[in-house]
Design a protein around this ligand. Structure first.
Ligand code: SAH
Length: 404
């Protein structure tokens, strides 16, 4: 293992406001700084915060202290005290792995092994691409535990290489004990582009420079579904990034696929990803802002059998929800006009602040006001390697609509 710091941690005793205690009893993993009423000593990132019931002084939960975030304590253990040691981490990591086994029995060697809070490890992500494990940290709290967790992660995933990615906040904090974004923590990384399989379809991810850990694994099920629908069809993949939906469609016999994204480099990767597979259909790319690009396709009177619209998150803050909903409405409205008779519109949202109900409601209202009859074919959430452990963990939603 290369350059993993040994960081001492200590214990800090904490008491909270009644409203925060109530949330903990329901299993919510976040304690905000303003709910702390008592704390016995000052704490550093990753110190173990033990929360005691304010009235009965009994153990409520424990978590890791984060002085750099308004979510001051990220909880990892509820109601029953436990020793947070190698064995505890091994239990959590193995439990997470066992939930993913059925996915690994398919022709897939890329998956999210650890999904933060939803696997009881808040702000800790571990994605596997073939035999490379990519850890992405969103909080300093994990730095003292890396040396304990890494051997278990390697043993469980049977990966040969481990790469560390750091969120922007960590990268700019100057408090990462010389750990760097993109650092290889274990083994060797011969090529930063890793080729992997997703339900028999080949893809590549740049684990050093790509978004997040290099690729978006959460939509795997939806990509497979679009692939199954695509044989002999014309497909428009809007916000295509590295061509997730496009490549599944091509590999499954789509007549033609147009990948649209504002990023030319992302589309270059989409073209390369498609070429990793054998296919006969035509693959076209369109570098454009989605809203303008969709309008220009409408103006040219072009129609597609399948239109997939999977934008980036539009609402990172509460205050952006209204604007995000307007964008989703506009995309649904534009998308409708591009779907051929009996074609399928696939609408997705990854904004955690926009709840599924609201997203589907506004999308369906737009389709309804287009005047076209439609059937709701299916509504999906995350794939099984993205379990939902608490309300905020449920960010992905996707609706399939057949339009007449
Ligand atoms: N559908 C993809 C993931 C989409 S990620 C998959 O299955 O993997 C979001 C993508 O939206 C990024 O590639 C980003 O470049 C693109 N994007 C962001 N704003 C855009 C805009 N206004 N118009 C078109 N693409 C945009």
């Amino acid at each position: 293992m290369n350059g993993i710091p040994i960081i001492e941690t200590k214990r800090v005793a904490v008491k909270l406001r009644p409203s925060a205690e109530k949330k903990i009893k329901q299993g919510h993993p976040w304690v905000f700084s303003d709910s702390i009423v008592k704390q016995n000593i000052e704490a550093n990132a990753g110190d173990l915060a033990i929360i005691y019931d304010a009235k009965k002084n009994k153990f409520l939960a424990c978590g890791l202290y984060d002085p750099y975030s308004p979510i001051r304590i990220k909880l990892i253990q509820f109601l029953k005290p436990a020793q947070i040691d190698e064995q505890w981490f091994a239990g959590k990591i193995k439990e997470a792995y066992s939930q993913r086994v059925s996915l690994l029995q398919t022709d897939t060697n890329s998956y999210r092994l650890i999904f933060g809070e939803n696997d009881h490890l808040p702000g800790f992500i571990a994605d596997v691409y073939d035999n490379v494990l990519v850890i992405k940290l969103y909080s300093h709290i994990w730095l003292p535990y890396l040396h304990t967790m890494l051997p278990v992660l390697i043993e469980t995933s049977v990966c040969k290489t481990v790469v560390l990615r750091l969120s922007r906040q960590l990268q700019t904090s100057g408090k990462t004990y010389d750990l760097k974004d993109g650092q290889v923590l274990y083994g060797e990384l011969e090529d930063e582009v890793i080729i992997f399989r997703e339900h028999g379809v080949l893809f590549s991810a740049n684990v050093i420079k790509g978004h997040k850990t290099g690729y978006f694994l959460d939509h795997r099920h939806n990509r497979k579904r679009v692939g199954e629908l695509a044989n002999g069809k014309t497909v428009l993949d809007v916000f295509s990034y590295a061509g997730g939906f496009s490549v599944h469609a091509l590999k499954n016999g789509a007549k033609s696929v147009t990948s649209l994204d504002i990023s030319a480099p992302a589309l270059e990767v989409a073209v390369k990803n498609a070429k990793l597979n054998s296919f006969k259909g035509k693959h076209e790319i369109m570098v454009a802002d989605a809203f303008d690009g969709l309008q220009s396709l409408i103006d040219e009177n072009i129609r597609f059998d399948i239109v997939v619209i999977d934008p980036p998150s539009f609402a990172k803050r509460e205050s952006e929800i209204g604007k995000a909903l307007k964008s989703y409405m506009k995309l649904a409205q534009l998308g409708c006009q591009l779907v051929a008779n009996k074609g399928i519109l696939v609408l997705a949202s990854c904004s955690s602040r926009v709840v599924a109900e609201e997203f589907f409601k506004v999308s369906e209202e737009e389709i309804y006001s287009s005047g076209r009859d439609f059937d709701i074919l299916e509504k999906t959430e995350h794939d099984i390697d993205h379990p939902i452990g608490f309300a905020e963990g449920a960010y992905l939603k996707c609706g399939y609509y057949k339009l007449y």
